[in-house]
Write a protein that binds this ligand. Structure first.
Ligand code: ATR
Length: 282
């Protein structure tokens, strides 16, 4: 019998997750189904209890539930505890285990662009929200050379540096300082929503002082190439879209649920087709 998987979020209408998972089930001839559920905050507890009672095999959790879900699972994986958020839940014989595949999904995607060079990089992280927490946790675990956090609200950056960066030398700077010192960084990561559709003309910082050999990574995947990435390419830098992170987190969730590695390249194509409005749903 096919298993049921799901996504809890609010809103979830535009999520790409059902597309990548359901397509992977079809490719593997599995009778499973992945369904998104639009769950308002006050209904999260009831929804999770319902999924548990129904014997749902696993589910993803997205905005705004990634932190609140932590109180509703039976066990939390170490990295999810450090990140302070869960995006993947596995139903193991009636016990709900919470994981975070966002950080590792991001790291794996980034490594396909930087390779081992990542260890030598001075990294600038823009933003200090939930997405930044996941990114900082894995960069610290991987031991990049240095981590600098910049954010519109500097206190939030300071809090994050103290909580998420243990192994690597870390500092915090203002957005203006970041723009002035941009030449110091080989890797620049935007974790804010600045530049996301429909605000595609916005950029979180100016890239005037960008090094030509830098890698600029944006967690945003709609648009596939944000203005930040387009400007980075104009300067000769390498641009890394957020699609890789999205597919990475989904593929890792898929592996946790089914013990099978899905075809990540195909998942990426599915996302691109949907973003371009070219995919015919079956
Ligand atoms: P997420 O969980 O997706 O990371 P979040 O927790 O709301 O979302 O964090 C959003 C991040 O984007 C924050 O770093 C926020 O800056 P503040 O801490 O100053 O709020 C940043 N951000 C959002 N909109 C911004 C804008 N217009 N300009 C600059 N930074 C912005």
């Amino acid at each position: 019998m096919g298993k049921l998987f799901g996504l809890l979020g609010h809103p979830v209408g535009h999520s790409m997750s059902p597309h990548i998972h359901n397509d992977a089930y079809r490719q593997l001839d599995l009778a499973h189904h992945y369904q998104s559920f639009d769950v308002p905050e006050q209904q999260l507890k009831a929804a999770v209890e319902g999924l548990k009672a129904l014997g749902v095999a696993g589910f993803n959790v997205t905005i705004p539930h990634k932190v609140a879900i932590m109180d509703l699972v039976d066990e939390i994986d170490e990295e999810a505890k450090i990140i302070g958020a869960i995006n993947t839940v596995v139903n193991k014989n009636g016990r709900l285990i919470g994981y975070n595949t966002d950080g590792e999904g991001y790291l794996q995607s980034l490594l396909t662009h930087t390779g081992e060079r990542l260890k030598e990089m001075n990294v600038l992280v823009i933003g200090a929200g939930g997405a930044a927490r996941a990114v900082l946790t894995v960069l610290d675990r991987y031991s990049v050379r240095t981590i600098t956090i910049t954010n519109r609200t500097l206190e939030k950056a300071e809090k994050l540096a103290a909580e998420c960066v243990q192994n690597v030398k870390a500092e915090t700077i203002t957005l203006t300082q970041a723009e002035e010192n941009l030449h110091d960084y080989q890797l620049i990561i935007n974790t804010t929503s600045v530049g996301m559709s429909p605000n595609v003309e916005e950029m979180p910082i100016s890239l005037e002082n960008l090094r030509a050999d830098a890698v600029v990574s944006d967690l945003i995947y709609n648009p596939v190439k944000t203005k930040l990435l387009l400007e980075a390419e104009k300067k000769g830098a390498t641009a890394v879209s957020g699609i890789g992170m999205f597919v990475g987190q989904g593929a890792l969730a898929f592996e946790k649920w089914l013990g099978i590695e899905p075809d990540r390249e195909r998942m990426e194509q599915i996302v691109l087709q949907h973003l371009e409005g070219k995919h015919a749903d079956r």
